[in-house]
Design a protein around this ligand. Structure first.
Ligand SMILES: C[S@@+](CC[C@H](N)C(=O)[O-])C[C@H]1O[C@@H](n2cnc3c(N)ncnc32)[C@H](O)[C@@H]1O
Ligand SMILES: Nc1nc2[nH]cc(C(=O)O)c2c(=O)[nH]1
Ligand code: SF4
Ligand SMILES: [Mg+2]
Length: 236
């Protein structure tokens, strides 16, 4: 039996980011990540000092909680983390899909998994220079390949500064067939500190301005809608 390490399961809420923005969604946040992005907004699912808060759950346990939270109404499930690709979510996806649920997964593209092909939406989010991480583009291409059987695969890039923006153009040039979504970075990720919605709006305006000045009309540019609504509150 596969035992999963789960940091949290929450919802229903709306998907706040990217291709499925606004979509009613339940989230499964896997514990553990092979990256340490300096601006990560989900460190409680990344750093080993939070490991004691991650629950060991079987695929059946996870599925039972998803049925409970959804009131048995089929809905989209987003697998996030941490890096969900570290673990085997194939059995959870099989259980949910058999009952008419749809599955998306958010991952940085550092580990390719066979179960990517069983997803409705694979969101690959390669990390720009401001993260402090370096993308292995060969493994990233393996992830795109593993997702060939998924309904759709998209690329979502967080942009904090001009260097990230320039990098996003290069990243898109490597995989021009993937629909591209850009979101401005949120510099304040402490759940105890309130976010400043105007500061987030200013970042969105800045990012939009960069793309429009360059007449770069390829990406969709979106805020983190849940952060605008609820700030850095967890479980929403
Ligand atoms: C917390 S990550 C978990 C999934 C996976 N590890 C990844 O990075 O794609 C989910 C999404 O949040 C984004 N994200 C994390 N911290 C952020 C921040 N401070 N501002 C904006 N987006 C952020 C990530 O880039 C990713 O697209
Ligand atoms: N509402 C909502 N939308 C999200 N989109 C991506 C999230 C994530 O942390 O993976 C997230 C999240 O935590 N909440
Ligand atoms: S890859 Fe995702 S979860 Fe991991 S540290 Fe970076 S943003 Fe956080
Ligand atoms: Mg998040």
């Amino acid at each position: 039996m596969t035992v999963l390490r789960i940091a949290e399961i929450f919802g229903p809420t709306i998907q706040g980011e990217g291709a499925l923005i606004g979509e009613p969604t339940l989230f499964v946040r896997a514990g553990g990540c092979d990256y340490r992005c300096v601006w990560c907004d989900s460190l409680h699912a990344v750093e080993s000092r939070y490991r004691h808060t991650w629950a060991p759950m079987s695929s059946e346990d996870v599925w039972a909680e998803l049925r409970h939270l959804s009131g048995d109404q089929p809905v989209t499930i987003s697998l996030s983390g941490g890096n969900p690709a570290i673990q085997d979510f194939g059995p959870v996806i099989a259980l949910g899909r058999a009952a008419g649920y749809r599955f998306a997964c958010e991952t940085q593209g550092s580990l390719a998994r066979g179960w990517f092909g069983a997803l409705d939406t694979l969101v690959l989010s390669p990390k720009p220079p401001s993260s402090g991480e370096t993308v292995d583009w060969s493994v990233f291409a393996d992830c795109v390949e593993a997702g060939r059987a998924a309904r759709s695969t998209v690329m979502k890039i967080v942009v904090f500064d001009q260097a990230d923006f320039d990098w996003a153009k290069d990243a898109h040039a490597r995989h021009p067939d993937l629909p591209l979504y850009l979101q401005p970075g949120n510099p304040e990720v402490d759940p105890e500190i309130p976010v400043d919605p105007q500061a987030l709006a200013d970042r969105l305006g800045w990012l939009t301005g960069l793309a429009m000045e360059d007449r770069w009309f390829t990406p969709r540019i979106l805020p983190q809608l849940h952060v605008l609504i609820w700030g850095n509150k967890r479980g929403v």
